[in-house]
Structure formats: C-alpha cells, structure tokens
Design a binder for this molecule. Structure first.
Ligand SMILES: Nc1ncnc2c1ncn2[C@@H]1O[C@H](COP(=O)(O)OP(=O)(O)OP(=O)(O)O)[C@@H](O)[C@H]1O
Length: 622
C-alpha cells in the first residue's frame, strides 16, 4: 500500500486512491517543503522553554491530569503512548510505557517537540489541529518516511467557541488492531474540554463570591443567603452583629440552628417576609427571595435581615451589647426628667455622646446643647466662660461684654466635661447657679433667670476628691442626682462589631473616599485588644486604617503594629489575651441568655458555681 505514498512522492496523481484529508495534507506538506526523507530536529523546545510553555498551558495540563491515565488504562496495552499537545502542536505531556516511548522518542514524538504540519508534514496531531477535526494517520499516510511505523489518532480539544486549544493524541505501532481508537481519542478530548469548562466555572464562581463578599460587607443592613438544604452559605458582618454572633459561627450552619422558624419555611413561595427569632428570642425580620435555576429548580434564598428590637431611639450611640442597651435605656429614662446627671467612665467611653443623647431625647431637644471642658481652661477663664462678663469687668474684657455658656444654654442643656478639674472657687459659683437658677455675668449686679439642665462627666473618682476636699460635697450631691456609669469598651466588646463598620463609613465620608469593606480576620485582632483608650482609640485606629488602605477591603496588613504584637499590648497586666477572651466568651453567653446564669453556664459547658466564681474573678457586671 505504501505504493500510494511512493507514487505521490514521485509526482504521480493518487488523489482518488487516498483519503481526501490525507491527500490535502500531503499537498500542504509539499508546499511547506517538508523533507520526506528526514526526521526534523527543528522546533524542539529546550527544557526551560518547555517549562515556560507548560506553565502557560497549566489549565490544559491540569484538565488532562486524570484523563491521560484513564485513556491509557482503557486501551489496556502498553504499546501506546498518550500525548497532550497545545494549540501550536507542541507536545506538553506524555504518558506510556518505556519500550514504545523510546521508539517514539527516536522520531521526536515526545514532550517539547512541535508536531505541526509545517514541521513534520502529515501527522495526526498537526493535521487534526489544521483541520480542527478528529484525524487518524496510519503508517505510510505519514508524510515523512521514518514515521511510517506509527499509527496515530488525534482529536482537537476545542474551547466554547469551537476553536482548537489543544489536541489529544494516541500513538502506537502501525500493525495493531486499531478499530475504535479514534473514538477513544475523541472521548478523551471531550473529557478534557469538560474539565476546562469546570475550571472556568470555578473561576467565575470565585469571582462572583469575592464580589458578593465585598458588596455584602459594604451593605448597611443584614444580608443572608441560604442554600436549598437550609444551610447558611453567607451572612455579612452587619447581619451577624444583628444576631449577636460571629460570621464564622453562622456560615455553614443549618438555618434552623440559628433561627427558631416555622417548619418548612424554605419550601414554599417565591419571596418570603418572615418574622424570625434568634435563639435568644430576639425578633429579626427578614425579606428573602427564592433563587431558581434555568429549569425552575430551587437553589436557595437570599435576602436582608433587620432587627425588630426597639432600642430607645438614639441616633448617636452605636452598639447594642447588653451593657449598651442598659445605658441607652437609662439615658432615655433620665431624659424625660429634669434631674442633673453625672456620667462617670474612663476617657473615650462616649460620655459626651451620652450627654448629647440625653439632650436629644429630652423635651429640651429643640433648645441648645452647650459643652465646656473644665480641664482645658485656666481657673479664671472657666469662670468667664461659664458665667460671661460685662464690658469693663476686667482688663481685656470684650466690648459689650460676653454671654456665658449658662446663658447660651438657656432652655437647653449644658454639658460640663471633666467636672473633677473644676477649681473650688468656680464650684461655689456653680452651686449658686444651680440653687438659684439664675446667673450673673462677672462684673454685673443683675442676675438673669435661666432654665438649664446640667449634665456633668468625669473619669475621676469624685468621692475620693470630696474626701481630699478638692471637690465640694454639696455640689457633688447636686450633680449626682442620677449617675450613669459607662463601662469601658473591653467590657462590651460585642459593640466592636457595630462600631467598626460605623467608623469605617465615618472615615470614608470624611476622606471623601469610596466605601470600604473589612476582612473578617481583622475582627479577631480588634476583639482581642484591650482598648485602654476605649472607643476613641478604636475610632482613631479605624481612621488610620482607612487613611492608609490600598484596596477596597481593610485587611490584617492594615492594622497598626501594636494590635498585631499582642504581647506588648496593654499596660494593664490583668488584660492578657486569655483573660480578655475568657471574659468575652462569658459576656457573650450572658448576652445570649439575657443575664440568666444557669442557661449561660450550660452554653459554656461549665457548672453554675464555676460561672459565678469566674464572673467575680473577671469583674463582670451582671
Ligand atoms: N457608642 C458610640 N457610638 C459612636 N461613637 C462613639 C461611641 N462612643 C464613643 N464614640 C466616639 O468616640 C469618641 C470619644 O467619645 P466621647 O468624646 O463621647 O468620649 P468621652 O468619654 O467624653 O471622652 P473624654 O473623657 O476623653 O472626654 C468620639 O469621637 C465619639 O464620637
């Protein structure tokens, strides 16, 4: 039969006696001036170039990883080699047994060699790629004489648009029973194509997941996704905070574990408005929309979550920890009265915010809120700032005089911060104003009636100051009609999950920047820190992270060094990481059970007495 080949090489016409695709390829081989007597050593990649090419075709190789051995096993004979070629015809992967592979190597049928028609004339790899069709080339059909011992079957691997991006080839010796091998090559190519499609879908999924993660972290409401098996597949940090849990504790859990909801609620309707309850009985309303595939089969549901809990209306205070709720309730109760309020708490705990909140919630809300920090002024200045002065009252007094803060706060609220720093002589004058409800400017004999609510604040122990006679007892009693104690942030660390997104938004707005998200991992550092500077320190930390952020998500890399180096974190020796975490865990359990000891001990898996002891040891307010 190789007569046909010989006659073609001698220039005779054999067109009607040879398969048309082979004949066309022979003609092209002539045009390419392929030497039919020589095994070409052209276009064989060096090892580094082959590695580069394999790297560039990594997806194709990965897609063939399971397919090549599968085909080899299927053929059930060691007289074959299975080859993977790229779109240029370079062999980038080969498997087979040594005896035949050694023979194949002699004609460069091995990784690194190009088997394009231009180099090697008619052959299964090159011709299948050229025709973009499954091709078998057996014995004398090969254009180069030394390849006549081969029988090869190749099928192109096509992309979604049908273009060849690679080729799967099975090669053996030309004397075998070789029926149906082309079908096996076609099946292998189609398996590789499917694998590539799966990779593409995985990449798209990853892309959408990342997009969804960023988008949901930017939402200012809860976002929830539940799959068709009722498993929560996504919840944003806002939603997790509404439920008083960590995102990582919710994702992957059955929705029924988190919500006590009606049975079968996932099974009916297209969009569902549900009033769910979390495990503590807190009402959460959700609006969920069912998602279906093209065939109308349900995939799950996505939607929003909102809290139905009616905390006292307060637009300034962020945080819904149990401690925060207690403060807000006290603030709203005291707002309805006219009593003086003394706010005590460490620096940066939000004393001014609570003072403003009381004012806003009070019937005086339409009147002025006037604040003065007693520690920032000299004794003489405090007096003139508080009570004002008339023209000529002292050297340097302004023409026409100046009203004091009390006059300015008439019908409203005056907030005196750092009251513990008020000089004794001013304390006397202040006491008089409070008793007589009138104020006279310095240098004036006339008094003016005023209607002012006084709120004071301090981080100092006023009792101790009274004992040392640095603070007047009578004034102390007048000021502390109602006392509010603001706990430090380390004792209400659940608030951190709400404060952080709030401060990110605030900082982004002040920098006129795009909204930023935050990586869940950052929270483990923020929650472990003891925040000696309280909310102010947290706000500054977030502000600096936002200012230095170089992507749309704040990550652990953006954290200030002192938060990463936990060892050197706190001046307070008791505030070790373990101490903090134990305290947070207990606080969390108590929040879940609304302060009830027995169920909290059950959640924690410890006895009631142990819990009582821990609460005492860790100085937890129940
Ligand atoms: N619960 C909160 N929600 C939102 N922002 C808060 C909260 N608590 C504190 N902040 C912010 O933290 C910063 C410090 O708060 P604030 O000035 O009220 O604290 P403070 O206790 O009065 O501090 P100092 O004792 O130093 O005067 C402010 O920027 C305030 O807006």
């Amino acid at each position: 039969m190789d007569n046909h080949w010989k006659r073609f090489i001698n220039g005779e016409s054999v067109e009607s006696e040879v398969t048309p695709s082979i004949y066309r390829s022979w003609q092209r081989s002539l045009e390419y001036r392929v030497d039919h007597t020589l095994i070409s050593n052209q276009d064989i990649l060096s090892l580094p170039r082959l590695s580069e090419r394999r790297e560039a075709k990594e997806a194709l190789i990965r897609a063939g990883e399971t397919v090549l051995p599968y085909i080899f096993d299927l053929l059930g004979s060691t007289n074959y080699t299975i080859l993977l070629g790229d779109n240029d015809g370079y062999i980038i992967e080969a498997i087979g047994d040594a005896p035949f592979m050694t023979k194949a190597q002699r004609v460069n049928l091995s990784p690194g060699a190009s088997w394009s028609e231009e180099i090697r004339g008619t052959n299964a790899i090159g011709t299948a790629l050229r025709d973009n069709a499954p091709t078998s080339v057996s014995g004398w059909e090969h254009f180069v004489r030394d390849n006549h011992f081969l029988a090869c079957w190749a099928a192109p691997i096509q992309n979604a648009q049908g273009k060849p991006i690679g080729v799967l080839d099975i090669s053996g010796e030309a004397n075998h029973d070789q029926e149906k091998i082309l079908n096996i090559a076609m099946m292998g190519a189609s398996m590789i194509k499917k694998n590539l499609q799966v990779f593409e879908l995985e990449n798209q999924l990853k892309f959408y997941q990342e997009g969804a993660k960023l988008a949901s972290s930017l939402l200012h409401q809860g976002f929830l996704a539940i799959d068709n098996n009722g498993i929560i597949t996504n919840i944003n940090s806002f939603g997790a905070a509404l439920l008083g849990r960590r995102q990582t504790d919710i994702i992957g859990r059955p929705a029924a574990d988190i919500f006590s909801s009606p049975k079968g609620w996932m099974l009916s309707g297209h969009s569902l408005d549900l009033h769910l309850k979390d495990r503590t009985g807190k009402e959460i309303s959700s609006h969920l929309k069912r998602v279906v595939n093209d065939a109308g089969e349900p995939l799950g549901a996505v939607g929003t979550l909102q809290s139905n809990h009616r905390a006292p209306a307060n637009t300034l205070w962020v945080g819904r920890s149990r401690a925060s709720q207690r403060i807000l309730e006290q603030a709203s109760r005291v707002a309805a009265t006219h009593s003086s309020v003394l706010i005590h708490g460490e620096s940066g705990t939000g004393k001014e915010i609570i003072a403003k909140s009381i004012h806003q919630l009070s019937p005086r809300r339409e009147g002025p809120f006037v604040a003065l920090n007693c520690a920032s002024l000299s004794p003489t200045l405090i007096e003139s700032e508080l009570f004002g002065y008339v023209e000529g009252a002292f050297t340097g007094a302004r023409r026409g005089g100046k009203p004091g803060k009390f006059e300015l706060a008439d019908k409203g609220t005056i907030f005196l911060d750092e009251i513990g720093d008020m000089p004794l002589n001013v304390q006397v004058a202040l006491l008089r104003v409070l008793q007589e409800k009138e104020v006279s400017r310095i240098g004036d004999i006339k008094a003016k009636k005023i209607n002012v609510r006084v709120i004071t604040a301090t981080h100092k122990n006023l009792n101790a100051l009274v004992e040392k006679e640095l603070f007047r007892l009578d004034l102390y009693y007048r000021l502390k009609v109602v006392t509010l104690e603001l706990p430090p942030l380390r004792e209400r660390s659940e608030d951190i999950r709400e404060l952080v997104p709030h401060f990110i938004r605030k900082a982004c707005e002040s920098f006129n920047g795009q909204p930023l998200g935050i990586d869940e991992d950052v929270y483990s550092y923020l929650l472990a820190h003891s925040w000696p500077g309280n909310v102010r320190e947290l706000e500054n930390c977030i502000e600096s992270m936002v200012a230095l952020a170089d992507s749309s998500i704040l990550t652990v890399e953006n954290l200030p060094d002192e938060l990463i180096q936990k060892d050197s974190k706190s001046e307070c020796t008791t505030e070790t990481l373990l101490y903090q975490q134990t305290k947070q865990t207990i606080l969390y359990a108590l929040t879940q059970t609304r302060g009830k000891i027995a169920p909290a001990a059950k959640i924690l898996g410890i006895g009631r007495n142990t819990l009582y002891r821990k609460i005492k040891e860790l100085d937890i307010q129940v």
